[in-house]
Write a protein that binds this ligand. Structure first.
Ligand SMILES: Cc1ncc(COP(=O)(O)O)c(C=O)c1O
Length: 407
């Protein structure tokens, strides 16, 4: 579909077939200690979108700016919906369901963006893609790289969980651990593409990442029988996933396929709450994030301004949770519903639990509530150190079994 780029801050439009990242005018106004400016949205012709209304079924690819070649080599999408029945009985919210993006090829939501970036690279005859990541975006891009035969250069904070780093190494990416934070790795990856070329896939910096991520909303719309939920909980760090979720619903609205955008909740850790603070105060200040949920630990949210704009425009809100609420939610999900996710994902469930009474009052016990679960639990097993004890081995004898179960 034909598209143009629109600056989130000044509304300036850019019509080009070249790859562009930011509005140069607004990017130049970015100040240290504040959320960056000048990030771009991809906007389609409303008439083109409205033509999709004629179709009985829409696919995520109907809403993409690039053709995705050979989808079967890296199948992204149609993730299952899981109904955590035991938990719903406990919370008294009867219609809560989890959208299991943790089950995508590399184990996280980030495959959605990486699929479209791979398509962008192939369309522009480029084989090299550089990015920074807290771990999951890197693993997803590296997975796409292995599937499509692309060269991935990945800058990561050296403290990222080893499983995520190992995944990228195994997929064959060039991994560059950085002695610094995710935000430092972000800037270094931009320096890399300035010096050595290739596409930069940094989250939100490349507008196509948000375009890829929007596919979850289009998929949900079809999975729910052409309806949208009342509320969607999204775990947030940089604000790129939540902006993508909004963008999908926005495109459906423009197409005339839905008549409202759901209430979307920005779930953050109290120890990484830059977007929540900006939503509350109107000040776009960076913070020092210290959450254990590494995937949402962000000082300067790249897509922070866009996320706050969306939240304000469509009656969303932010819910902050404590570190122990996040780790408890991770345990509750795995133990009482068989859903094993990493701490960042569990943040969305923790926020739902925190909002429980308010949700019942405002929307009723039958409200349709989606919790977006973005990353699989195997990604970070070290988080269980000191929290979960492996039972001791028994002797290889019948007597040992009898002893073990007779106590
Ligand atoms: C599993 C998981 N959940 C949530 C997020 C947060 O997404 P964003 O940084 O776009 O807000 C990330 C980002 O890395 C992630 O990997």
């Amino acid at each position: 579909m034909k598209f143009k780029y629109v600056c989130v801050d000044c509304g300036r439009e850019y019509v080009t077939d070249d790859i562009i990242y930011q509005c140069p005018e607004c990017a130049a106004k970015s100040k240290e200690g504040e959320f960056p400016r000048g990030y771009l949205k991809v906007i389609y012709d409303k008439e083109d979108l409205q033509r999709l209304k004629e179709k009985d079924h829409v696919s995520i690819y109907d809403f993409f700016p690039y053709e995705v070649p050979n989808k079967e080599v890296y199948p992204v999408g149609t993730t299952p919906i899981v109904v955590p029945k035991r938990l719903n009985e406990r919370t008294g919210l009867r219609n809560v369901f989890c959208k299991m993006d943790a089950y995508l090829p590399s184990g996280s939501f980030k495959d959605r963006a990486s699929q479209l970036i791979a398509a962008q690279a192939i369309a522009h005859n480029t084989r090299k893609i550089a990015l920074a990541s807290t771990g999951n975006a890197g693993a997803a891009m590296s997975c796409a790289g292995a599937a499509y035969g692309l060269d991935i250069i990945l800058f990561v904070p050296q403290t990222a969980p080893i499983n995520k780093l190992m995944q990228s190494v195994l997929y064959g990416a060039t991994v560059v651990p950085v002695k610094g934070s995710y935000d430092d790795a972000f800037l270094l990856s931009i320096e890399y593409t300035k010096h050595f070329g290739g596409i930069n896939r940094n989250t939100a910096y490349n507008p196509m990442t948000i375009e890829g991520k929007k596919s979850v909303s289009i998929e949900l719309f079809e999975q729910l029988g052409r309806k949208v939920p009342d509320v969607v909980y999204v775990p947030v760090g940089d604000g790129c996933i939540i902006s993508g979720v909004y963008k999908g619903f926005y495109d459906l609205l423009q197409a005339g396929l839905i008549d409202r955008i759901p209430h979307i909740v920005c779930a953050q850790s109290e120890k990484s709450n830059a977007i929540s603070q900006a939503f509350r105060t109107g000040q776009f200040r960076s913070i020092e994030a210290t959450t254990r949920a590494d995937s949402i630990s962000v000082d300067i949210p790249a897509s922070g301004r866009m996320a706050v704009q969306y939240l304000k425009s469509y009656d969303g809100w932010c819910t902050e949770v404590t570190e122990s609420e996040i780790l408890d939610a991770q345990m509750i999900l795995v133990h009482d519903s068989g859903i094993f996710v990493e701490p960042a994902s569990a943040t969305a469930w923790a926020a739902l639990e925190k909002d429980r009474d308010m949700l019942k009052q405002r929307f009723g016990e039958d409200a349709s509530i989606c919790v977006l679960l973005t990353g699989i639990g195997f990604k970070d097993m070290a988080v269980f150190d000191g929290r979960v004890k492996m039972p001791e081995a028994i002797e290889n004898s019948t007597q040992a079994v009898i002893d073990r179960f007779s106590k």
